[in-house]
Design a protein around this ligand. Sequence first.
Ligand code: ADP
Ligand code: MG
Length: 473
Amino acid sequence: MKLDVNALRYLSKDDFRVLTAVEMGMRNHEIVPAELIARIASLKHGGTYKVLKNLLKHKLVHHDSSKYDGFRLTYLGYDFLAIKTLVNRGVFVAVGRQIGVGKESDIFEVATEDGTVLAMKLHRLGRTSFRAVKSKRDYLRHRSSFNWLYLSRLAALKEFAFMKALDEHRFPVPHAVDCNRHCVVMSLIQGYPLEQVKELQNPDTVFETILGLVVRLAEHGLIHCDFNEFNIMIDDDEKVTMIDFPQMVSVSHENAKMYFDRDVECIFKFFRKRYNLSFHENEVEYDDLEVDSDEGCRPQFSDIKKVTGFLDKDLEASGFTRKDQNDMEKFVDRDVEKDPGSDCEETEDGGDTVDETDDRSIKLFESLSLARKEGDSMLEGNIEDTRNIAHQDSSKEHSKSGDEVEHAGDESEEEEQEQVENDELVKRLGKQRKRAIQAARGRRNVLTSRNTYKDKGGRSSHSSKISKQLNTW
Ligand code: ADP
Ligand code: MG
């Protein structure tokens, strides 16, 4: 997906306020009525409609009048909110070229103030596993249409938490820098996905290292579940780094053995085909029975001394809770994403590197120079915290799974207070939503609602409470 960050520089404080209001409205609305957006944003002189038009022009929101008239965030809109928050936090100052297109993500280079280049992964759940998400629609019911937003945020949070924990346990993974919404910022790996490497100096050593990683992961209680040549990076010295963690499971998962064997099988198959490695003296004779021929030298799941829960504490510390994990398990069907019977060489991971040139020149970067403005707290605060997206009714359970992952804990009291206020606000918004829907059903067109808003908006005690609330975020 094209990510033109240019527009970011021209978006005003009001643009972001309204964009954030749409995001907030999506916590409990598939499509957010314009009237509700106006109320949440509570711009001083009305004006939300004009701003919405601008956001539409930049494709940051989508207008939908299929069920009732309203707006929803696009992926681009969600990208902008995350990028702006991370820029405000000082994580990076510029966005560069796209370096990867994953199965369910886009990866870009970003540059920090001192010129360090990092990798930014924008999760796009639903891109290829739409079927999987769709198959869970019964479960999601009314939330189904905006689950991509919620799921992408969960995937990012999970990836960030696992990367951090694995890094701390000295696994060769990128260094996790920060995470916001569906976006993870990590160190840039110098090298290529193994899939692009036609020849290795020491294929045996690389093979053993990679297989050793699968075993060590299991010893730490984890299975990668997508351990293939697209998710293994290798540099010129043939140093291996593993990436892509949103689908990892615990060794106590009911299908753990199958996932483990599948990861192992992928590696054997790839090394056999690509680097002609043989694992069994009689392999030729057993060609048709390839899968069983190297049984003797394969690590067996049952032989591994596994310590479950080893990383649990680290994961929770990063903000990824067991509930988040359960949600992902429920919503994303791992087996639809990857057919266990398929040849791993043909996996649809598709980790194409978009641009293979290795020009790391900073000139390629679009500097964002987004001055921190008044009202940005709205982005950093609860609205940025999309934990409540799609989860109005379970918001209490989510109180500790916020996006402010690094600060989870220190600010728990403040967060609790915010959560209580948040719940109150959500209730109020629920009432307003009913009114807005009634208005829409009563065939009041946008103009009517707009006038209604003009007449009453901002002045009622109700509305001023919301605006007071927003100011405190
Ligand atoms: P997906 O989950 O969509 O498969 P990945 O995390 O596997 O996404 O990333 C897709 C591709 O982006 C990788 O194959 C790799 O080429 C590139 N990539 C991802 N992370 C990094 C990184 N930290 N440094 C350099 N390239 C990366
Ligand atoms: Mg991948």
